[in-house]
Design a protein around this ligand. Sequence first.
Ligand code: PLP
Length: 415
Amino acid sequence: MTMKVKPMGPIPPGFHSEQGMLLIGGRGAAALVDETGETPLFAYDAGMIRARIAALREAMPRGVDLHYAMKANPFPPLLALMAGLVDGFDIASSGELSLALGAHVAGGRISFAGPGKQDRELEAAIAAGVAINLESEGEAARALAIGQRLGVRPRLAVRVNPDFELKGSGMRMGGGARPFGVDAGRAAALARHVIAQGALWRGWHIFAGSQSLDAEAIIAAQSQTVALAARLSEEVGASPPLVNLGGGFGVPYFPGDMPLDIGLIGTALGETLESRPAILAESRFALELGRYLVAEAGVYLTRVVDVKISHGERFAVVDGGLHHQLAASGNFGTVVRRNYPLAIANRFDGPICAEPLTVVGCLCTPLDRLGDSLALPPVEPGDLVAVFLAGAYGASASPSAFLGHAPAMELLVED
Ligand SMILES: Cc1ncc(COP(=O)(O)O)c(C=O)c1O
């Protein structure tokens, strides 16, 4: 029986091989595994991250700060790299705060967003001089009280739940009833209140969505964001030191996905900022990005344990799975399962086998499928499977305790 091949997403540009072996940061995948001693391994190419950020800065208008949303990848050596490459870090918990401070990011370069911040988290952040992106009036009251107790003026911004959404984004975070931020209609009143209470006013945080590959949609959202920030600032009667424009820049994961045109976005943002209302004349602007900066630089390497046939279908069973790389299994925010790009790392450009291959993880659940009916070279136990787009929402966003397997190794690869 001949099975039908299913397409997979594009392998990110910049990956190639030497004598059939996939190179990551100029080093062979098998050598990296030998170095760390084990599979599965997340390998992150530092040079690729540097190049990505340099290209982004080149495309964006001067004076737009770049913030790293470290939820995308909090691996400490990667954070230390990012600390020297971006202007600010966005954290979502006190655990992330500790990691950011551990990477020598000064508190003044950190902002803290996320609903459900606990008092002890607010306290640690305020004491460290972190800007709090307030998610509600209740959170504002707690932050002000904690500032008073600590004898410091808390640095406060208001996260706004905008009246619009980032169209076509993988995760919508504005435009309607949301747990994130304060509805635009009440944001100015809250800002006036925290300023009157003596807080250090930091400005607005407006995050409309994430994982968009539609430049026009991002351009429209950014222009609406600047207009909203200006309108709210007029209502408050104060210029915001910073307008965090959110992010939403996506990466191509799936068949047919095309890379985002950041040149187009940068040009349009430049025009939007040039014609901004006077109340924003002295404001700084920031983009808050996670996956766009790091996703494509990461590869998840997992070893084939078994190759088997069932009802004519070929399966490679690997020593990793959804417990490390949940997103590739289709169980992290996707409705329909589609294939991430995969390769056999040690036969990177080998001839394709006539029969498609399904790559499954070692977990005893049908959900643990890393690649479905792929056109790949022949495989045997011991081969290394590379799952691309593993630099964001991989190791830290997967249920690593599920079924008691060991966590994956991680490695930042410097050229
Ligand atoms: C407030 C906030 N900032 C940043 C991000 C990072 O998004 P991405 O990794 O898609 O850039 C998210 C994602 O949900 C978010 O909620």
